[in-house]
Design a protein around this ligand. Structure first.
Ligand SMILES: [Fe+2]
Length: 264
């Protein structure tokens, strides 16, 4: 398996806080059968407000550490370092100065949980015009899309692959994330799933349970597509098939809607 989204790079973001945690996470990934980890630390505007130098230094240090851990403990896992980029005004600078793409072509892009920009289609269009394909990170956790999944339709139909967090469909990230994750999985509106693992307890890595869940609920082919085939294509910068979808509104249960009202 390939884990396309996690926070194992030590001492960069709110993920692995030190080498000990990073090593535990690496060992757990190997134990579950992950052969390649795409390390995607959060990159917020605040990280580069004074320039990109500090970020580059943190990434280089984290990369050195993780390579040493893999070598010292002889762990059979490969790594690629990218980033989970929060949408921000600094995006052009990020794309110009930092090495954040996966496979030289894909950008793991996340939006704020409580709001998405009104001109999101334009934003996506501007990114794709540069030859970059945004991967929409954990759409099932974004409140406006939980309330109205139809808003996601256009982004997928513009060719953006979506990446679900495994914790969402396993029910570890709340009922609203679980409901939208299931809705999207049922409609073939999911192209990748990732662990989005941050640590070894509250946000642990559930790659194998995620693979097994999809295999049992759907079939092995779907699990392979989301955890092996599509992530492999992305690592190689190859195109991923993103078919047009129809995400009709109003699918969330009344219970989910009421819960969303209280949360927002
Ligand atoms: Fe993440």
């Amino acid at each position: 398996m390939i884990d396309i989204h996690n926070h194992m790079l030590p001492a960069v973001d709110d993920g692995a806080k030190n080498n000990v945690v990073a090593l535990s996470m690496l060992k757990e990934a190997v134990r579950q059968g992950v052969e390649h980890l795409v390390l995607t630390p959060h990159l917020y505007e605040v990280d580069i407000i004074k320039g990109t130098g500090e970020w580059k230094a943190k990434i280089e240090a984290g990369k050195r550490t993780i390579r040493e851990l893999i070598e010292t403990h002889e762990l059979p896992v490969e790594i690629t370092v990218a980033a989970e980029v929060r949408y921000q005004d600094m995006l052009p600078i990020i794309l110009e100065e930092l090495d954040v793409l996966i496979g030289g072509k894909y950008l793991l892009l996340e939006f704020a949980f409580h709001s998405v920009p009104n001109n999101i289609e334009r934003i996506i269009y501007d990114i794709t015009r540069k030859g970059i394909t945004p991967i929409i990170a954990h759409p099932e956790r974004i409140k406006p899309w939980q309330r109205d999944p139809k808003m996601l339709e256009e982004l997928i139909n513009m060719g953006c692959p979506t990446q679900l967090d495994i914790g969402s469909f396993l029910g570890k990230l709340g009922p609203s994330s679980e409901a939208l994750a299931n809705f999207l999985l049922e409609r073939d509106a999911v192209h990748l799933v990732g662990s989005d693992s941050h640590n070894i307890d509250s946000r642990a890595l559930y790659a194998k349970p995620g693979y097994d869940w999809i295999s049992e609920r759907y079939d092995v082919e779907y699990a392979d597509l989301l955890l092996k085939i599509n992530p492999g294509k992305i690592l190689n910068g190859e195109p991923v098939e993103v078919y047009p979808v129809h995400l009709e509104p109003g699918i969330l249960s009344l219970k989910d809607k009421i819960m969303n009202m209280f949360k927002s």
